[in-house]
Ligand binder design. Sequence first.
Ligand code: PEP
Ligand code: MG
Length: 568
Amino acid sequence: MHRGIGVCDGIVISKAFVIKKEEIVFELNSNLTYQEESDRYNQAVEKFIENTLELAAMVEKNAGAEQAMILEGHTIIVQDPEITAGVVSELENSGVTAEAAVTAAFDMFAAIFASMDDELMSERAHDLEDIKTRLIEILTGKISRGIEDIAQECIIIARDMTPSETGRINKDIVKGVVTEVGGITSHMAIMAKAMELPTVLGIENMLSMVKTGDMIAINGGSGEVVINPSKEELARFEKLIEEFNVYKKELEVYKGRESVTLDGFQVEIAANIGGLEDLESVLKNTAEGIGLFRTEFLFMERESLPNEEAQFEVYKQVAESLGDKPVIIRTLDIGGDKDVPYLNIEKEENPFLGYRAIRLCLGDPEMFNIQLRALLRASHYGNIKIMIPMITTVTELRQTKEIIERLKNDLAKEGKAFNKDVDVGIMIETPASSLIADVLAKESDFFSIGTNDLTQYTMAVDRGNEKVQYLYSTFEPAVMRSIYNIIKAGKDAGIMVGMCGEGAGDVNMIPFLLACGLDEFSMSASAVLRARKAICNLSKSEMEKELDKILDMETREEIFNHLQRLAK
Ligand code: PEP
Ligand code: MG
């Protein structure tokens, strides 16, 4: 049995699908004749078509006709006369290998497509990249398998996964994920939670212990992973699956209920989303609003910047789906572990301390204006509030608010509808903003505490680095005191204080947050009912009596054990 970091409840038993990302190395210059290299190329194309049609048939069975059609399209692209001419000309003129000719020609066409404004065309660049890799794999005989190759029910085993790869997972067939690296609040983990995908991170050397087809049992809550389980282990996991199903049934009674403590204190339990695809789960779990819409995912899943109209449509749809419930939409928070390749942001030594979030937006006014205009226009269709991430100074907040006012004037002149009183709030997720929370509260309509980054920056520990995860805990006295001070500063100023970091959905943290007077708890939709159950079974006044004691505690263990007792 191996134990990693469990990030999303759920117990599954299935076959492993190992994804190894290896750079395929090949010779550039050929010692074969032109004809020989040309034959190699033609045979590779034939093999490609054969493989792809087989794969498409499998995909159609497991994932549907639409996914299969994309693959079938690849068999046409690979025979495109212009691309073929490009490869042939490389072979004729440069004396290179078929691998090098394919790379040169496909990269050239991909660059042309990528630069086109048309979304459909720029999507083609992605297809070309995919086809190129597969052709080279056939030519070199070295196969590296990716998410798109999955055609049967499985658990993905990978060294790591980016948020966009996670987003491409087909949940109908992928039952779970195990990785070697990654932290509990890495964005991959957050997406896995949103997708309700049982996931375990940080199991060292996993790739060397397991091969595709091995049986795997995982517990996404406790972080347990068993490779090729024995009969007894299988029976234990099957029992856990039954218990988990019973527990989920029990939570059903909290659907649609108000979130009120035993002594009558009402809070709001909202959900975090990354896109329209998360709305179904928000409604199903009866969240009382959206406490965080991470808009960067909208940018990450595309090949080019979404324009004002495209963004407006998405924000409007989210607002309308929630009716009059609050919808907090966060402006772009790119950087750190969230990359948007087409923005060509320079690589940095310390991306989490670098050009990210509001810093990047203020540095790219054109991109920021487009998003803010789309948000303002969408505010006409629901209860939208705008939230700014990674604030460290009051100047950043003032600059942003000035831009918003200017854009409101523009929209008014253009006769476009928007909510002129739209709330503008900020995330408090840096020690700097926590320390000046009283100053920021005077100019913010609300706060939302981002415990993921607040913990990372307060403890000086990279949230995605499993080697230092032992230091990463929101229950550390330093972080707890910071949270208390932020809530107090917000409450003293009379503004709403929420939390949208992972701390908000942690049932062991909830007694403390209730004692501090937190108004809104925002979490992945799958955690809403569990949190509502916790809140409905606690008394705020009883928790308040514990507050001084908790704030005086000296270690994380002391705090955690105490809160765990209160949460029971
Ligand atoms: C946070 O930092 O707690 C947060 C909610 O933002 P993100 O996880 O997207 O950085
Ligand atoms: Mg953050």
